[in-house]
Ligand binder design. Structure first.
Ligand code: GLN
Ligand code: ZN
Length: 762
């Protein structure tokens, strides 16, 4: 039995990769030095995998930015606006597509399936002409062999996944695009075969989503064609992140092996193998070690799964693998020296996962006795965490035990609350507000650094934050906004800030994961029961409110966003952890209300991205997500106004869930989607307060009040002016000060004009 890996994190244990890229972009590294720096990282990564005992090491998945962009560049699929004229894509062009340049906007990026990794969306418009510019996997294979003597397994993104994730062509042109790309894929594979490559990993995660008959017919056509194009090389058709939708279909495709995820499949892949068998002429890539979380595996349970596979597939045709590329987990535990010991002992990052795979393969070949000592050690580490007091907080337990009787609905329906709130707040029609954060200037970030390093006392830092709040309350009053915010100056990241204050969370030193390009995130680790030890936001909010007679909105991150942007303990369901967070947030909301804060915003920007890959599981996810939000927000008085905020526009599928959150006011992004969102309200009436962002905060450009008037008019064609709010698309923390003030002034001006146009009755 062999062990294989599907992809290794690019970023380096200490983000060396990020540093090299950013130095190059800043002009501090020349191109040759960048190539050299990345080659060092790439070869180190390969060596590590070999030293950890992995038999089948992936090559070619390493990237200078993103693996989907690499595929586009390999096939010369560069949007016309970048002036590309064929041949190998210059590094400057490659990075221009990813990041934009002076003349042209970058290509869009979007989330890679249900992960927090973002890829660059290929733009397959009529003008782009596919051609093989360079055989990337071949180059990677040659390098690994020449430099390290490693016989790597080249990785490519499969044609169907690539095309389904692309945009720019009409649905009717999909088949023509398949015809254009197939010969190029064929050539890549033929050249690999000629080089003596035995196996190629072809990633087709799209096979784990919900597909229809015409999709399956196309997938069949693609793999029949590729089998004909390159008979000399075996393809491992690799799926991940879910069960394959149509098992019989997938395993009947003419490829040498099938890779299945046995971790995130809800048990369906294993069930299918057991019930339907597995073809005798294929290799099974058994995704047993979780490529998406950071916990040590229960290797005894993994061993049992492996045994049940061995009852159907002989050991020489099984490769044990992670469930997906390890791109989604941090690199190595070696640099984690400050975590509580019982937590650290129970963690496994990429390197530790590879060691687990090697152990599993050994157990599969030589029997479990051969690895008994290692299994026993792993059992002990896992048990130590399980017994940690952080894991069993009696107060949380008690509360969770009576969850069924916890209120998850406001005392009155919106129609009643609306009247009470109007009487209390006396807001003008079309009230103006912002989403929460104001510019995090170098000064603000510098102050936080000083405080973190101990150069500033907590009092010094606190008075700095207060001064910022004071300044921005004055600015907001001066601009004439109706509902103010304190500005979030004390927060770095909207999840980290709360994670640091809630119990049950831990923060790694170097647990970075690539989010997009060189940007990495360090998700908090939820490892214990979640509780609110003391109020988190009351002091700043109350201080801000003390400076003005206008309402100041309290500002919190919602339970689903905290959950979805963290690594979550694996001994409880995500649903249960979400409820724990929800109850802790309820305590905070009640504390804010008690302290006199009458409007509280609970942000859920990550609600949509948590949607399962399979449609049939959406309803269940949305049900418990909505319940979690409502557990947080339902115990306040009628007169207390709950806001929520989301910044994405694909609402079609979840509009009912959004409405079920029962927030008094929602603010959502619209300006970047050019009004797509507005169309939804032609079909669905939304009957609570709503603010559609009237300007895009992702650009430093100051929009004119005319532009914003236009956005307002467009929205008011379908939405009730009596329930409409005026706000930007999202928080303003990445913006500069002057542009923020100027934009908000124009927004207020546009609002005043709109109030006259609509003469909305109060
Ligand atoms: N309140 C947050 C802010 O203004 C919301 C951020 C977000 O939606 N991502 O920054
Ligand atoms: Zn937002």
């Amino acid at each position: 039995m062999k062990s294989g890996n599907l992809g290794y994190p690019r970023i380096g244990a200490d983000r060396e990769w990020k540093k090299a890229l950013e130095a190059y972009w800043a002009g501090k590294l020349d191109e040759a030095a960048l190539h050299a720096a990345l080659k060092t990282i790439r070869l180190d990564n390969l060596k590590k995998q070999r030293d950890l005992g992995i038999d089948l090491i992936p090559v070619g998945e390493f990237t200078y930015y993103d693996h989907i962009l690499d595929t586009s560049a390999m096939f010369g699929l560069i949007p016309e606006r970048f002036g590309y004229t064929g041949g190998e894509v210059a590094l400057a062009t490659y990075y221009a597509v990813a990041r934009g340049n002076r003349e042209s906007a970058a290509s869009e990026m979007t989330k890679w399936f249900n992960t927090n990794y973002h890829y660059i969306v290929p733009e397959l418009t009529a003008g782009v002409k596919p051609q093989l510019t360079v055989n990337r996997p071949l180059e990677a294979y040659r390098e690994a062999k020449a430099e390290l003597g490693i016989e790597g397994r080249p990785v490519i993104v499969g044609p169907y996944t690539y095309l389904k994730l692309s945009k720019g062509y009409a649905p009717g042109e999909l088949d023509a695009w398949i015809d254009r790309l197939l010969p190029l894929y064929g050539q890549v594979l033929r050249e690999l075969a000629a080089e003596g490559v035995a196996w190629v990993q072809v990633d087709e995660p799209i096979l784990a989503t919900t597909l229809d008959e015409s999709d399956l017919a196309r997938v069949k056509r693609i793999y029949e064609a590729l089998a004909g194009e390159a008979p000399g090389v075996k393809l491992l058709l690799q799926t991940y992140f879910e069960s394959v939708d149509d098992y019989d279909f997938v395993v009947s495709l003419p490829v040498g092996g099938i890779g299945l995820d046995f971790v995130h499949d809800g048990g369906r892949n294993l069930k299918a193998v057991r019930e339907r068998g597995f073809p005798a002429d294929k290799v099974l890539g058994a995704g047993l070690i979780d490529g998406r979380n950071i916990w040590k595996a229960d290797l005894r349970v993994k061993g049992e799964t492996l045994q049940s596979l061995l009852a159907i597939v002989p050991a020489e045709r099984i490769v044990v693998q992670p469930s997906s590329s390890l791109l989604h987990v941090p690199v190595s535990l070696a640099l984690e020296t400050t975590l509580p010991q019982e937590l650290r002992g129970a963690l496994a990052f990429a390197d530790e996962k590879l060691a687990e795979l090697a152990l599993l393969a050994k157990a599969g070949s030589e029997g479990a006795d051969a690895v008994e000592a290692e299994l026993a050690a792993a059992d002990r580490s896992r048990a130590a965490l399980q017994q940690s007091p952080a894991r069993t907080n009696e107060r949380v337990r008690t509360r969770m035990a009576s969850l069924a009787s916890e209120p998850a609905a406001r005392a009155s329906v919106f129609g009643v609350r609306r009247g009470v709130q109007e009487t209390r707040w006396q807001l003008p029609p079309l009230p103006t507000t912002t989403i929460g954060s104001f510019p995090q200037t170098p000064e603000v970030r510098g102050a936080r650094q000083k405080w973190r390093k101990g150069e500033w006392s907590p009092e010094q830092y606190e008075s700095f934050v207060q001064a910022q709040i004071r300044e921005w309350i004055d600015i907001q009053n001066d601009i004439g906004l109706d509902v103010l915010v304190h500005g979030e100056f004390e927060r770095t990241d909207m999840v980290e800030f709360f994670g640091e204050k809630l119990s049950g969370f831990a923060f790694t030193a170097k647990g970075w994961v690539q989010s997009y390009g060189s940007r990495c995130v360090k998700p908090p680790v939820i490892y214990g029961d979640v509780e609110l030890p003391q109020p988190m936001t009351v002091a700043e909010t109350v201080y801000a409110q003390s400076l003005t007679s206008k309402p100041v909105k309290g500002m919190l991150t919602g339970p689903i966003t905290i959950l979805n942007w963290s690594f979550v303990r694996d001994d409880k369901s995500r649903e249960e952890v979400a409820y724990q967070i929800a109850l802790a947030l309820r305590d905070e909301i009640e504390a804010l209300e008690t302290a006199g804060i009458g409007m509280i915003q609970v942000d859920e920007p990550a609600l949509r991205e948590g949607l399962p890959l399979k449609r049939e599981q959406w309803a269940h996810y949305l049900d418990w997500s909505v319940r979690a939000f409502r557990l947080s927000t339902s115990t306040v008085r009628d007169e207390t106004q709950i806001h929520t905020h989301m910044c994405y526009s694909e609402f079609h599928d979840i509009i009912d869930a959004i409405s079920a959150l029962d927030a008094d006011v929602i603010s959502i992004e619209t300006s970047r989607s050019h009004g797509e969102l507005i169309e939804i309200f032609e079909e669905h009436t939304y009957d609570k307060g709503i603010g559609l962002g009237v300007y895009d905060i992702h650009s430093p450009r100051v929009p004119s009040s005319d532009e914003m008037s236009h956005m307002i008019d467009r929205a008011l064609r379908v939405l009730d002016p009596g329930l409409f709010w005026i706000n930007p698309d999202c928080g303003l923390k990445t913006r500069g000060r002057t542009e923020t003030v100027d934009s908000l002034r124009n927004m207020v001006e546009a609002t005043k004009a709109a109030r006259e146009r609509y003469a909305v009755k109060q």
